[in-house]
Design a protein around this ligand. Structure first.
Ligand code: AP5
Ligand code: MG
Length: 217
């Protein structure tokens, strides 16, 4: 594999990782994927692995590294020839960051950049509680969108649902997991000089513009 660049999009729950990964992926022609969406797809299969994953996600707990790493490696291997990858929600622990770093030589030593979306927690709670997600294509519908009332995704015909982990008690657990397990990854990338801070508390377009400017696009 000969990948030129990997961009890691980091940030707490609801900070816009999915939204910005899609915009940036389309702009650059890079493959982008969310490990959260990938895990939700496996959970839907109802296998014993799926049930185990579902159990973690529904409680707002991140999946153990041993399990996540297998899934991540398999996904990367399935991508084929791509010039760049945007990772939404991976790595989420120092162990996952190490796996990614160890994988770089196999991928042709791509340049690694991490973007961190900063948004205040109160704002995030509001955002997460005002969305529906398509269970098939992962499109997001905000409360302000007339289609929010629908149960069918207008983009792909999939079911529009409120994610099981978007319940307030579970959201709190996701924040706790983020603070204890993922914040150290942010510090790690900061120390390596790979982290770019982005003000995520602006309009979606403005955040996208800032990301492009930070990447020199
Ligand atoms: P995951 O699906 O990644 O959830 P999350 O990190 O909690 O983040 P969200 O998807 O809720 O938010 P987001 O940052 O993508 O924001 P979005 O663009 O949707 O993970 C779910 C679970 O899977 C985890 O809890 C864990 O169990 C498991 N998991 C995943 N990866 C794992 C890993 N690597 N290891 C182990 N376990 C893993 O935006 C949020 C809302 O705000 C939307 O409605 C959006 O339209 C809106 N919005 C976005 N930007 C703006 C803006 N600028 N202004 C106003 N509204 C905005
Ligand atoms: Mg997301």
């Amino acid at each position: 594999m000969q990948i030129e660049k990997i961009i890691v999009i980091m940030g707490p729950p609801g900070s816009g990782k999915g939204t910005q990964s899609k915009l940036l992926g389309e702009k650059l022609g890079y493959v982008y994927f969310s490990t959260g969406a990938l895990l939700r797809d496996i959970a839907k299969e109802g296998t014993s692995l799926g049930k185990e994953i579902s159990n973690y996600i529904d409680q707002g707990i991140i999946i153990p590294d041993e399990m996540m790493v297998e899934i991540f490696r398999k996904k990367i291997a399935s991508l084929g020839n791509v010039s760049g990858i945007i990772l939404d929600g991976y790595p989420r622990t120092p162990g996952q960051a190490k796996i990614l770093e160890d994988l770089l030589p196999e991928l042709g030593n791509p340049k690694l950049t991490a973007l961190f979306l900063e948004v205040d927690k109160q704002k995030l709670l509001g955002r997460i509680q005002k969305r529906k997600t398509c269970s098939k294509c992962q499109a997001i519908y905000l409360e302000t969108n007339p289609e929010y009332q629908s149960v069918i995704c207008s983009k792909c015909g999939g079911q529009l649902v409120v994610r099981a982990d978007d319940d307030l008690a579970v959201i709190e657990k996701r924040f706790e997991e983020y603070q204890t397990k993922t914040a150290p990854v942010k510090q790690h990338y900061e120390k390596l000089g790979l982290l770019i801070h982005i003000n995520g508390d602006q309009s979606i377009d403005r955040v996208h513009e800032d990301i492009k400017a930070a990447l020199g696009l």
